[in-house]
Design a protein around this ligand. Structure first.
Ligand SMILES: Nc1ncnc2c1ncn2[C@@H]1O[C@H](COP(=O)(O)OP(=O)(O)O)[C@@H](O)[C@H]1O
Ligand SMILES: [Mg+2]
Length: 631
């Protein structure tokens, strides 16, 4: 459908969803769908829940955050289970300001923005519908119209609890416009929209000297004082502060701790008591989620300041550390690149992975665990199998440091460095080495890196480079084999058949001739030697593999090429050993003969067709691997 058609459809949809009626009619709606009267916190929680929850390895995965936030499952789970869920149930945490605390560019704003955009959409659904007193600048909850002495009766009839007082403005309107007939007050369905300042607000601190509390709580409208006669007439007041506008929904408080204290006190009264003070009016009730965010150092200095003591207990802090999983980090970059203006550039395979390896390494802390190093830790965190460690070790590692992930290289730095490499070279293709080089060059200008950090980080660049060297070699060697996966599988099956016969002291049958034959010792050794298994150790190794196979069988899992890390390595090395000379000669020959040229073209074609390279990046890869093999 073309864009005009879509615009029309959108308008029709808006018309279809609109509703307006009297308070009496609204009560009819509540009889059938009492949930539309839910609190702001409850609506946020239900929005997240309705998007679906999956359980993966004991961690809850909230689909709501799926497409935008990667690798933060644990933090998100905490956020939902320790804040949104109990807040929705009207427990006490609701009365605290939610403060997301984490390192720069770690996804805090992204989380808040998702909640805001999510609420806008959710308010258009049945489950997320919101109704308000029509003509009220704060979209006040119509149930505030019910006088306090009738609220218990109302609860018995509807099962809905009412909190909050009718605002000064609507109290006056009720009297003047409706002659105190509550049932006649017009109610309408509202749709949250940050642009229209309905139910979603953002407050960001400016210069503390000039910032006016009116930005939060509204201000007197001097042009209408003459008309209404007094400053304390609510009609002469503009309820257009962020707190007013965000009523029923949520307000984002950016850089909260940079703000002057008087602003914080307003917020605290709002979260704590459900109301705030504006102008010369009685307290104004409001129901909204307040989310603030800040970085660790600001938070620490806030905590250290005695003056703020009373505020501590009224803030609930949720950590949002950097992601620590390499493959999730790659997804972050992919997402950011897709949203950027470099999305047309060819990024060679593994370029983002290598960048991710570097960033994750800068965020990890050295473990005291026996034999552990950062590379192994990085692999374990990413769900890879590391021989000698299991999921219990992983859990130990994750518990070892409370503030792991609170420092290191941030995703935006990586994307900026990739962009700058692309722009400077005006290239249309960028590879892993370009990326690493640019990241290294950038360290000199990075604002918040100390000299020691820089040395550590340069070391991580070389670690990432070493990882890349292995990846690159494997990639090329694979491309040299006509059908790599199949060859590996055939070789492994063959090896396993022999191992089985050896351990069970059986004979094998030749598939062609049907003849009986002894296990092929030469073949088995040629594979085992690749990973340094000595003659004395071979029996134990073979038995270990058989045990692994039967353990797999017992669990109903298929034992395959990836099931045993060292065996896989051995098979791979064996395949590559047979190839090594061909690869070496072909990739590094300055004057290739016809056969070599043919082979090179074949390999490049395979890299392009099957592995995601373009001809430039495939050629660069071959040249690089050639130089590696000749070292
Ligand atoms: N864990 C993550 N998952 C997805 N994107 C992330 C993650 N961490 C950072 N980003 C991306 O990095 C950029 C900066 O994140 P942002 O939310 O502005 O961070 P913060 O507000 O914490 O400084 C954004 O483009 C964001 O999408
Ligand atoms: Mg931010």
């Amino acid at each position: 459908m073309d864009i005009l058609g879509k615009i029309q459809l959108h308008r029709e949809e808006e018309r279809r969803l609109a509703w307006e009626g009297t308070f009496g009619e609204y009560l009819e709606i509540l009889k059938e769908r009492p949930y539309v009267a839910q609190s702001a916190h409850s609506r946020v929680y239900n929005m997240i829940k309705d998007a679906g929850i999956e359980e993966v390895n004991g961690t809850k995965k909230y689909n709501f955050f799926n497409n935008q936030i990667f690798g933060l499952e644990d933090s998100i789970e905490r956020l939902v289970e320790e804040y949104f869920h109990p807040a929705a149930k009207r427990l006490d945490v609701r009365k605290r300001i939610l403060l997301l605390m984490g390192p720069v560019s770690g996804g805090k704003s992204t989380i808040v923005t998702m909640l805001k955009r999510g609420l806008e959409d959710y308010s258009k659904t049945e489950a997320g519908a919101v109704y308000a007193i029509k003509g009220c600048p704060m979209h006040e909850d119509p149930l505030h119209l019910i006088p306090h002495h009738l609220r218990d009766d109302f609860y018995r009839e509807f099962g809905i609890r009412i909190e909050g007082n009718l605002s000064p403005l609507n109290t006056m309107r009720l009297e003047k416009e409706y002659g105190n007939c509550i049932e006649d007050v017009i109610v309408e369905r509202v749709f949250f929209s940050e642009d229209k300042r309905t139910g979603i607000g953002t407050f960001s601190p400016s210069d503390p000297k000039s910032q006016d509390i009116a930005d939060l709580t509204g201000s007197i409208d001097f042009s209408t004082i003459a008309e209404f006669g007094s400053e304390s007439d609510p009609r002469a007041y503009r309820f257009d502060g962020e707190l007013n506008k965000a009523n029923r929904g949520m307000m984002e408080f950016q850089e909260m701790l940079k703000c002057d204290e008087k602003f914080l006190w307003h917020l605290l009264s709002l979260t704590q008591e459900g109301n705030f003070k504006a102008g010369r009016f009685a307290l104004i009730s409001a129901d909204e989620l307040i989310v603030a965010h800040t970085n660790e150092s600001e938070y620490r200095s806030f905590i250290a300041n005695k003056k703020n003591e009373a505020l501590h207990s009224r803030i609930i802090v949720m950590g949002v550390p950097y992601n620590l999983r390499v493959s999730e980090e790659e997804r972050i970059y992919e997402k950011m690149i897709k949203e950027s203006d470099i999305s047309h550039v060819h990024i060679a395979p593994h370029a983002l992975r290598v960048a991710a390896i570097f960033s994750v390494l800068t965020r990890l802390m050295d473990s005291k665990k026996q034999g552990m190093d950062l590379i192994k830790k990085m692999r374990l965190y990413d769900g890879e199998i590391v021989e000698g460690y299991n999921h219990i070790d992983l859990e130990d590692l994750q518990k070892e440091f409370a503030d792991e992930g609170m420092s290191g290289i941030d995703p935006r730095y990586v994307i900026n460095r990739i962009s700058s490499a692309i722009i400077r070279k005006e290239i249309t293709s960028i590879n892993a080495l370009d990326v690493l080089r640019s990241m290294k060059d950038g360290l000199d200008h990075h604002a918040s890196i100390t000299k020691e950090d820089k040395e550590r980080f340069i070391n991580f660049i070389s670690l990432a480079r070493k990882e890349y060297d292995e990846i690159a070699k494997k990639e090329v060697q694979k491309a040299f084999v006509y059908s790599y996966e199949e060859s590996a599988k055939t070789l492994m099956d063959n090896y396993l058949d022999n191992v089985e016969a050896y351990c069970n002291k059986n004979k094998l049958r030749d598939p062609l001739t049907g003849e009986e034959m002894s296990p092929d010792e030469k073949l088995m050794r040629s594979i085992e030697e690749q990973i340094g298994i000595s003659e004395n150790a071979k029996k134990a190794f073979r038995e270990e593999i058989l045990i692994r196979i039967s353990a797999y069988a017992r669990k109903g899992k298929k034992f395959d090429y990836n099931s045993h890390e060292r065996l896989r390595e051995a098979i791979q090395k064996k395949l590559f050993a047979d190839l090594k000379d061909v690869v070496k000669i072909t990739t590094s020959s300055k004057t290739p003969d016809e056969a070599q040229l043919k082979k090179v073209n074949e390999v490049i074609a395979r890299l392009v067709d099957e592995h995601g390279y373009n001809t430039t990046s495939a050629n660069e890869l071959l040249k690089y691997v050639g130089s590696l093999l000749n070292r």
